[in-house]
Design a protein around this ligand. Structure first.
Ligand code: BGC
Length: 479
């Protein structure tokens, strides 16, 4: 990581080899076998997040986020996120990529500390200008912005007062949201409040492998409640502004199936599905926490968050869509000794998240059907789905031949079509991610565009050309 930083220090911006890769359109044969077509206004997009691509961690008045603080603590991460893909300087060519990928939507996140370095107070105009320009460029290319307000990079100053464990955070978040709504106005088609609040609350405050690195279940449950409250307050603020766009939230769901047919394993899988699935979605869409899980925590003697009068009403302010991040299905088994999560063990897989995901599109189908039923045909946008392959390389022809990613994406797109045909109100599909980028402590290769992590050169992969063509003509497995 040091050599990369030194390289960037010594290289002038113009000398960086940032040109796009050699087109490999020739490598994309059209496949007449099976061509799947979607409704005309269906969203096909790619997704990124600020901390994972922007870099410029302290540029132009940006404040310190919890991820900046965390990654600068020795041994917390393998790779620093200070520069990432240097999108803060290279954004123009990255937006050009969107055009070449033919996408009609682009999901990205705003870095809270670029707008409010301290989390609140005076706005940093240079930060505002950066996102305005991205929105303008997206518009110019006919790409609809899907903008997340919180993709994990909380201002450190707000962490110093307790982070999401402090109820005041809900107000700080909704003030920041309100500022963004009124500043960026109708230029944003879709707003997302939080990305994967489960990860924020549980990885940050219970498992402790994400900042702030706290390991206390009650604190994680408190963080849950304040994340939800902040979400609801932001949605309410949005409604009051009467803007044209839509607003929702993105939740993460992996599907769980039992390893055996034993009742205890089947029950364990159900418990896990009930944990991930309704813990955040029920309060938002049904106005209450799932009773089974609430009581389960209580039965363990855990101090539960205080729900003040009116909280659930705010949290359940109607949203326009539910964002769904799906990557994989897990096999699980009952484990009476492991109290969390819910007396269940997730079995070790040959691939782990952010390495090579499995290929289980059926899990996506089950989740879509469940959500559709439980939440009364809520419009759903798949805001993340993608495949990591650390072996993606630019070959001698200047191409990245990533057939496995094409197979993965195709299989999931097929499932989307089936779900729509079966009545699910699915309105969009988004690949994670635009380009290989920073993966919360390390690099990973989930992009439709290859990033050379030393030179930062971008090269569209075969899957990128394939996706572009599918959006235009319909998807088929002709690689
Ligand atoms: C997160 C992304 C992450 C992706 C791949 C999702 O949980 O929202 O930030 O890069 O998974 O691991």
């Amino acid at each position: 990581m040091d050599s990369r930083r030194d390289f960037l220090k010594n290289a002038s911006l113009t000398s960086l080899a940032v040109g796009l890769g050699i087109p490999s359109e020739a490598a994309v044969n059209s496949g007449p076998d099976e061509s799947i077509k979607f409704p005309k206004d269906f969203l096909f997009g790619v997704s990124t997040s600020a901390y994972q691509i922007e870099g410029g961690w302290n540029a132009d008045g940006k404040g310190e986020s919890i991820w900046d603080r965390w990654s600068h603590i020795p041994d917390n991460v393998k790779v620093l996120g200070d520069v990432a893909c240097d999108h803060y300087r290279l954004y123009k060519q990255d937006i050009e990529l969107l055009k070449r990928l033919n996408v009609n939507s682009y999901r990205f996140s705003i870095s809270w500390t670029r707008i409010f370095p301290d989390g609140f107070g005076e706005a940093n105009l240079k930060g505002v200008a950066f996102y305005k320009e991205i929105l303008d460029l997206a518009k110019k290319h006919g790409v609809k912005p899907v903008v997340t307000l919180n993709h994990w990079d909380l201002p450190q100053k707000l962490q110093n007062i307790g982070g999401w464990a402090n109820r005041e955070l809900a107000t700080h978040f909704s003030n920041y949201a309100k500022f963004c709504f009124s500043t960026f106005g109708n230029d944003v088609d879709f707003w997302g409040t939080h990305n994967e609040p489960w990860v924020v609350a549980f990885m940050g405050y219970f498992v402790g492998t994400h900042p702030p690195g706290i390991k206390d279940i009650s604190t994680a449950l408190l963080a849950t409640h304040h994340l939800l409250l902040g979400h609801g307050m932001a949605v309410k603020a949005y409604r009051e502004l009467n803007l044209k766009g839509k607003i929702g939230i993105t939740l993460d769901y992996s599907y769980n199936i039992a390893e055996t047919e034993k009742q205890e394993d089947l029950d364990a899988a159900k418990r896990l599905n009930d944990k991930h699935h309704p813990w955040f979605a029920d309060p938002i869409l049904l106005g209450k926490y799932p009773e089974m899980i609430w009581n389960w925590y209580k039965s363990k003697g855990i101090v539960m968050p205080e729900i003040k009068e009116g909280d659930m009403k705010i949290i359940s302010t109607p949203i326009d869509y539910l964002g769904l991040n799906y990557y994989q299905t897990d096999k699980v088994k009952y484990n009476p000794d492991g109290w969390w999560p819910y007396e269940t063990n997730t079995l070790k897989r040959e691939y782990g998240k952010a390495k090579n995901f499995g290929m289980e599109p059926e899990g996506l189908y089950s989740i879509l059907k469940d959500l559709d039923k439980r939440y009364h045909r809520i419009p759903i946008i798949i805001t993340e789905n993608g495949y990591n392959d650390d072996h993606d390389n630019v070959d001698f022809n200047g191409e990245v031949v990533d057939n496995k990613r094409i197979e993965y994406i195709f299989a999931h797109i097929k499932v989307c079509k089936k779900a729509i045909d079966d009545g699910v109100n699915l309105q969009g599909y988004t690949v994670w991610t635009l380009m290989d980028s920073y993966e919360w402590g390390d690099w990973s290769r989930l992009g439709l565009v290859h990033t050379d992590f030393h030179t930062l050169k971008r090269t569209i992969k075969k899957s990128g050309y394939w996706y572009a063509k599918g959006i235009k003509n319909g998807f088929s497995l002709g690689k």
